[in-house]
Write a protein that binds this ligand. Structure first.
Ligand code: ADP
Length: 411
């Protein structure tokens, strides 16, 4: 008897890490009504170092997390180690129940507007996009090649961070710079975190008991990286990240919006190289650059202890967030919901309260007691009288990748 193939392995490959989840898409034990059950989750970090660490949690077996440390030379060795862990739980990747492997791919340019089964031509196109995603796409390609080597017979699907944003109109996607220069170098606003914005905007519609086509949502994805999007009737019409994830909101370590002349100034006056400025703006700026911490929990602790630098960093973060809520209200014309998601958005009640404070004229308010509730469930935190629903919806990029992958290979 051949088992029906209902499992999807989701891989998210970073330059020195590999995050994974194995899901069963046809399982009765459904996670949040999705019809999918998580069988195992884990990550390998510090790949290529002497102190690589693998943490594997066999959820289906109800098992505790197993941790191993020791050198894991490359992504191939990392995936092999993951496959061994899964095999220990009877979930080996050689199983006929595995239907496909879904890969998070950061940059899909303009070409990839939907999840795509990977073949040589697709892989070439992802490679062609390396100049616009130099940090991310090479790691994603390594992950794909490694998985192909392990199961050459299996469909591998790319789910792109940029895909949800390809519906942005030209007037939102283009920078106001010389068109020939922009086109020659593929300079335009692509947006990122698209899988999360897609999932969260759809779940917001469910929470309101509406169809996604019938509502307009502002999604605030506030993790270490952070981005906002304006979603009209289920389609993205604007987002805060641009050519790269540097644009937009103040983030953990990224500056978000700044006058581009700051970069020439740093070169001419401070003598910094392009790489040094890149590092400054991406890794040493944002909350970290402002106050020395990029974890919102620590920043809140410091504020509670009277720390003025932490308080100013928080205020700058909130000011930018509020500007984007205002801008996207204007872009959408009518807003049905503002939804907070990701590490900060799901957990930091003070951020939600401060971002929405004073926006009563826009129909937005937060109820203090609803906002204080901690939960893993999608929920409303606005008072009944508010015209605009303010919601918290935990994001689940892996589930979204698994669903898109499974839908594509079973279509
Ligand atoms: P990413 O995927 O971008 O790395 P996450 O979405 O996991 O990030 O968010 C991580 C961030 O969430 C942390 O840096 C921290 O600032 C914030 N965070 C996590 N838990 C809490 C919490 N309980 N309260 C406030 N902030 C939190």
């Amino acid at each position: 008897m051949t088992a029906k193939a209902t499992r999807v392995l989701v891989l998210n490959s970073g330059s020195s890490s590999l995050k994974y989840q194995l899901l069963d898409m046809g399982d009765a034990r459904s996670d949040n009504g999705s019809g999918a059950a998580r069988l195992a989750v884990g990550l390998v970090e510090r790949i290529g170092e002497a102190t690589s660490r693998l943490a594997h949690t066999p959820l289906a077996a109800g098992g505790a997390t197993r941790e191993t440390t020791g050198p894991i030379a490359d992504h191939q060795a990392a995936l092999k180690a993951v496959a061994d862990e899964l095999a220990t739980d009877g979930l080996g990747l050689d199983s006929p129940e595995l239907a496909a492997i879904g890969h998070r791919v950061v940059h899909g340019g303009l070409k990839f507007t939907a999840p795509t089964v990977i073949d040589d031509a697709v892989l070439k196109e992802i490679e062609r996009l390396v100049p616009v995603a130099p940090l991310h796409n090479p790691a994603n390609i390594t992950g794909i090649r490694t998985a192909q080597a392990l199961r050459p017979d299996l469909p591998q699907v790319a789910v792109f961070d940029t895909a949800f944003h390809t519906t942005m109109p030209e007037h939102a996607a283009r920078y106001a710079i010389d068109v020939a220069t922009a086109d020659a170098h593929r300079i335009r606003r692509y947006g990122f975190h698209g899988t999360s914005h897609a999932y969260v905007s759809r779940r917001t519609a469910e929470l309101l008991g509406k169809a996604p086509e019938d509502i307009n949502v502002i999604v605030l994805h506030l993790g270490n990286g952070a981005s906002a999007s304006a979603v009209r009737g289920g389609r993205c019409v604007d987002t805060s990240m641009g050519l790269t994830p540097l644009e937009g909101l103040v983030m953990g370590t990224r500056s978000g919006d700044i006058d581009p002349a700051v970069t020439f100034h740093l070169k001419r006056v401070a003598g910094m190289s392009a790489d040094e400025i890149d590092e400054l703006l991406n890794k040493k700026s944002g909350l970290l650059g402002l106050c020395g911490d990029n974890d919102m929990r620590e920043i809140r602790r410091r504020i509670d202890g009277g720390d003025e630098r932490a308080a100013l960093a928080f205020d700058i973060y909130i000011h930018r967030l509020k500007k984007y809520i205002g801008a996207y209200t204007a872009v959408l014309g009518k807003v049905d919901a503002v939804t907070f998601t990701a590490g900060v958005g799901e957990n930091a009640a003070p951020v939600r309260a401060a971002a929405v404070a004073g926006l009563e004229e826009l129909g937005m308010a937060v109820d203090a007691s609803l906002n204080a509730v901690r939960s893993d469930e999608p929920r409303l935190i606005s008072p009944d009288y508010a015209r605009v629903a303010v919601a918290v919806v935990p994001t689940d990029e892996e589930l979204e990748i698994a669903q898109q992958t499974y839908a594509l290979v079973t279509a």
